[in-house]
Design a protein around this ligand. Sequence first.
Ligand code: HEM
Length: 421
Amino acid sequence: MVGGEMHLEFYKAYKEHGSAVRIGPNRILVSDAHYLRKIWGVKSPYRRACTQTGMKLEPKRDTVLTYLDEEKHLQMRATLAAAYNGKDCSHVEKKVDSHINALIELIRRKYLPSSSQTPASMDFGIASTILALDIATDLTFSHPIQDSAECDQDLTGYLAGMLQGLPVMQTLMAFPKLIRLSTSSGASKLVESTKNSSTGLGRMFGFARDRTRERYGENKIVSNDILGSMVRRGLSLDEAEAEGLLAAMAGADPVGTAIRVNILYTTTNSRIYNRLMTEFAAHGLLTPASLTNLVSYDTLRKLPYLSAVIKESFRIHPPYVGLLEKAVPEGGDFLPDNRFLPAGTLIGSNIWAIQRDATVFGPDAESFRPDRWLECGSEQRGSMEKMVELCFSSGRYTCLGKEVAAMEIYKAVAEVRFSPE
Ligand code: HEM
């Protein structure tokens, strides 16, 4: 579980035992997309499970991601909508562009040496996540935590901190009784004490605290960014600090993962890469003039093969694979196969298995094959799209950063463009 292969164990369980598997005394792992969509729906009587508390970034502060009170959760979602959908924010695409351009410059400067030199290899695992973190902190605070021109290095220790923190989070969610410890005053003091450190997650927490304090009080900074929207829409300083921190951290890891999965699958398969280049060429995106600028998101999202590659990448490697458990309401409920579920049973999602459902994606669902999205009829495509969208959850839990994440991924992946000359 803490080794990073939980999703593969869950997939094995699905293959051996079917679409509902008991994984704890009162916990069921479900791979039935229809049922999950129902229990995540806006009017569903199911509620967030106590295990969601394990996702708290700070022991004493809830965020939209962790409120167990569903009314408070929906209220906060409504308040935050304009921050995340871009309505209250200026220059979102320009900011995304500036960071991707800095990464391209970095690759040119450091990793594409002149013909006499040996090319250096880049750790794209670091670069893709730090790029996403820089974008997220810029969109949230108008102040990137690091310079993307150096995103091949974990200069603030954020990644190292996440590598230590994520297994702790997973363990808390697996053993809810431990959550009491993690939300204790002692834990809170410990997190507070790290906020002045110069590295790791403490640095990130301190950065969010300092940026938020600048937005309140007499000489406050006013800015049209995610944090600015939160302030304008009435969040207290405490709430804005917690939600700002979440906005900066929620997307960095999954966006980084999605970018590198896409780039891995396209650049290591010449047939797929050439097909993508043919599509870019047909739209005039490989001319010398076009290659000097990033392509607009509006143009990219209309390219059928690029869209197929991105959907297929989400399918073959969902960037977030947590259980996201919900609790069965009073009176209990029934699984789709009519087995009874007592009230309080925790229902977790098996997202890796859902994306490999051969009845929806075909007998070769285990293979990365973007063409499946272009060969099928519109009804079939619609069913496949609904499945892949579950990577962002659905209904009242749908990811608030879904659109901005898509923009970052389309724009970064399109930069695998290379002129044939
Ligand atoms: C590929 C990228 C991403 C994936 C796969 C992803 C996935 C998810 C999922 C599965 C949830 C549901 C959690 C739950 O059920 O409790 C979620 C929630 C959320 N995500 Fe994302 N996310 C991504 C990017 C982002 C980005 C870039 C941001 C911020 C700009 C963001 C902000 C949020 C927030 C605030 C929530 C909480 C929504 C709520 O609880 O109502 N995400 N995300």
